[in-house]
Design a binder for this molecule. Structure first.
Ligand code: SF4
Length: 340
């Protein structure tokens, strides 16, 4: 690290960058030259869901702009503390699908493993911002039980590493888990849902590639980018490394008021993803999680927005607009028609 600066240098490891994440709202405002009036609301909302944002992500934010689309995703604000009817702590009913510690089994043929309870960034709109991660921190014996659950259900064809952020786990843990899963004959695919390379591209190391790609299982990585400004050259280099290892790269985004709710935002995101070798996959309607109401984009606006994308982009660059509904057997697509 450069003395007196939080700017990362090339030799910083991802663990160092993770450990050095900004968690104090005053430090973030100072770093971005933002007005002190934002501090009290940020401190209040951070008591409910802490601030956490790593330096490589802050480096992509505009100085002096409280409306920066990356900042809005991470800065706690007073609206989060308003009680909004219908906005709850477990909007997707995941605590009923938490089949046993570490496993969320909602859909046929695949299940989620809560590989890590931690995230590198706390996204203010996250549907798991109230998830009981403490109950999903697995001991070695509990990991064996989770693997036994997968072994016992031959319908499970795909295992999805989730969290928290699964890439917050170290490479040794990921390598062990991937080998164990590859030894289960009916599992044919591995998927990794992660935002960590977006906020700390240095997470993509040779050790990570070995850990994920060292078995017979084909690997798909679903990144979580919401705005074109997130795709800087360091992330593009990380994506290139992942693709070179044979990993299929997809993206899922959440439609967020004040972040990416304008047509030009979505077009720029899809084009930048494509230029980086990542296919747009899903655009999610906001889940009704307590504290996130101010991010909601209504269905009519969302459908119109994606309809306009259909007339501006080739079809393969238009993500599927979906909503997740507790208890449904899959994500539910919204019907979109082309709009001029
Ligand atoms: S990285 Fe993903 S799981 Fe973690 S807070 Fe952000 S949206 Fe939620």
């Amino acid at each position: 690290m450069i003395h007196g600066s939080s700017a990362p240098v090339e030799s910083d490891t991802w663990q160092t960058l993770l450990a050095r994440s900004v968690t104090d709202p005053a430090a973030l405002l100072d770093r971005l030259q933002l007005h002190d009036s934002l501090l009290d609301p940020a401190r209040g909302a951070a008591q409910d869901f802490p601030l956490r944002v790593p330096e490589p992500y802050i480096a992509r934010m505009r100085r002096g702009d409280p409306d920066d689309p990356l900042l809005r995703q991470v800065l706690p604000i007073g609206e989060e503390l308003l009680d909004q009817p219908g906005y709850v702590t477990d909007p997707l009913g995941e605590q009923h699908a938490n089949a046993r510690p570490g496993i969320i089994h909602k859909y046929h043929g695949r299940l989620l493993l809560v590989v890590s309870a931690g995230c590198a960034v706390n996204c203010r709109y996250c549907f798991r911002r109230h998830f009981p991660y403490d109950d999903n921190n697995l001991s070695t014996a509990e990991w064996q039980e989770a693997l036994d659950y997968i072994r016992a259900d031959a319908s499970i064809r795909e295992v999805i590493y989730s969290g928290g952020d699964p890439l917050a786990a170290n490479d040794k843990r990921l390598a062990w888990l991937t080998r164990e899963i590859a030894n289960i004959p009916h599992v044919m695919r591995l998927r990794v849902h992660t935002r960590l390379p977006v906020v700390i591209p240095q997470r993509v190391t040779a050790g990570l590639i070995d850990a994920l790609c060292g078995t017979r299982l084909p690997v798909t990585m679903v990144l979580h980018c919401n705005h074109a400004n997130e795709l800087d050259p360091s992330l593009e280099q990380a994506v290139h490394t992942l693709r070179s290892a044979g990993i299929m790269m997809l993206n899922q985004a959440v439609l967020l008021r004040g972040v990416n709710d304008q047509l030009e935002d979505q077009i720029a995101l899809s084009e930048r993803l494509a230029d980086s070798g990542i296919m747009p996959y899903y655009l999610h309607i906001l889940d009704h999680v307590k504290g996130a109401r101010h991010f909601l984009v209504g269905d009519d606006q969302a459908i119109r927005l994606v309809g306009q994308m259909l007339t501006r982009l080739p079809g393969f660059l238009v993500p599927r607009l979906v909503r997740e509904i507790a208890g449904e057997r899959s994500k539910v697509p919204l019907v979109v028609q082309p709009v001029e």
